[in-house]
Design a protein around this ligand. Sequence first.
Ligand code: SOE
Length: 379
Amino acid sequence: MVQPLHIGMIGYGFMGRAHSNAYRKVNNFFDLKYRPVLKAACARDRDKVKAFADTWGYESIETDWRKLVDRKDIDAVDICVPNNLHCEIAMAAAAAGKMILCEKPLAMNAGEGLRMCQAVEQAKVANTVWYNYRRVPAVTLAKKLVDEGRLGRIFHYRANFLQDWTISADLPQGGTALWRLDVAAAGSGVSGDLLAHCIDTAMWLNGPIVSLSAMTETFIKERKHNLTGKVEKVGIDDACALMCRFANGSLGLFESTRYARGHKALYTFEINGEKASIKWDLHDLHRLEYFDHRDEGQTRGWRSIHVTDGEHPYMSRWWVPGLQIGYEHSFVHHVADFLDSLAKGVPCQPDFRNALATQQVLDAILESAKKGTWTEVAR
Ligand code: SOE
């Protein structure tokens, strides 16, 4: 018997849509013990949240997240609001005994993240953070190849997340659509928003980052604030360059920016090992490039693996070999894995504790950039 899992969604932006879509589709493609039921959507603007609820099929609405968290008919709370609300909502949800699915980054900083970990661990509620790129099949395949030891000793990890949507100085900061530019709501800029994805994937594939040196820049120093109507200082990092050491002795090089003209969401990573290398590109997300030095010399070269076969991660659930899936499916996979982890009674990674490690790296990045020094990552 499939059991219902009643979802309470807080927020209705881009991620509210991505997650709702995943909840609706997951049982059509995966055999699971649980089925998400879209019980309630919550946001301050009644008309907007009503329209969102109608579009995605939520049974009811709330305009105060505290009411949603207290509702007896909600099993799991999905936090899709700006970063400055993650901690307060998660603490209340854990205290109310709700499972929590929280958007990335986990929190504004590691201090908040730690409190969130303690709250869910004390309440013993299932929890996960939506670092969705782990569940793009080609990225999951990369993890499998690394874990099988095919790359041998790892020397280099290189990643970028490049965008260009904030170059205009006329773009305001703050408010519903542009909270990512407001340090009070976001905590940081590209480091927490984009680099966080790269760091999560990197530590999943290549282990902990132990020390680092980072450089950040805010290219546009002042922007009109949507909430006050005044021109205010910009407190976020517009761009970040990072070099670091991993615990396994490999070197990491990362860049994230919203000022790379022409790039909309170019997330790429490459890993170079003693025996083999792999690389991946979000713009071509169903492919994994693989070079194996053990191949016969004359035909040795980069293989472009079209990750669409039934034997590839998640792909047996979708179409026939050769037909690809996309960005939205990474969220469907995350929900499938979350529901499966509930059935098995195991954590769904990244859980809060795992995502805290990324938060600790993010804190070290901001500290290093501010002080201009090499920084150890606190654990
Ligand atoms: C920012 O533009 C953003 O939407 C991030 O917030 C997401 O996490 C990333 O996946 C795509 O870009």
